[in-house]
Design a protein around this ligand. Structure first.
Ligand code: THU
Length: 160
């Protein structure tokens, strides 16, 4: 028997002011995208901004539905739009931010399991790590170098 451990590390920044210009701009785009969320049920407005290797930025926001599970998170809206409009262009990084109807969101948004799986598919598809930049409404920022680190033991095309 072997015992195998997995571990992942992330960077924690006190505020956006510590980020490089590219990350900061992308995070601003994600903050702006929270304004396009359709979140009448949760009042939790999420924005995601996808930076492609050719410099194009594609944004998305969560789109809820009266049939709750039919809604979609901001990350998947943005990543699927990027894939649909810019097929075969690698994703470099994704910024995520949230606004909750006037209640401060001090903690960085952490993507749900489904979004991790979807973002990881694009890492696998393009054979290119995707940097994740996560914030709430303001305050601390977390950066993690790749999606796979958020999803150890993930299911991928290699399993098929
Ligand atoms: N949500 C996102 O869009 N992204 C996340 O990373 C976490 C959650 C959405 C789903 C739902 O519309 C609302 O936030 C509350 O869960």
């Amino acid at each position: 028997m072997e015992k195998i451990e997995t571990c992942s590390a992330y960077e924690l920044y006190a505020s956006v002011e510590e980020l490089n210009a590219e990350d900061k701009n992308l995070l601003m785009r994600a903050q702006k995208a929270t304004q396009t969320a359709y979140a009448p049920y949760s009042d939790y407005h999420v924005g995601a901004a996808v930076l492609l290797e050719n410099g194009v930025v594609v944004t998305g926001s969560n789109q809820e539905n009266a049939a709750y599970p039919s809604g979609l998170c901001a990350e998947r809206v943005a990543v699927f739009a990027a894939g649909a409009h810019n097929p075969d262009v690698k994703i470099k990084s994704i910024a995520i931010a949230a606004y909750a109807g006037g209640n401060p969101v001090p903690r960085p948004v952490s993507p749900c399991g489904d979004c991790r799986q979807v973002m990881a598919e694009y890492e696998h598809r393009y054979k290119h790590a995707i940097r994740l930049i996560m914030q709430g409404e303001n305050g601390k920022v977390i950066i993690i170098d790749n999606v796979k680190a958020l999803l150890p033991f993930m299911f991928s095309a290699d399993n098929l």
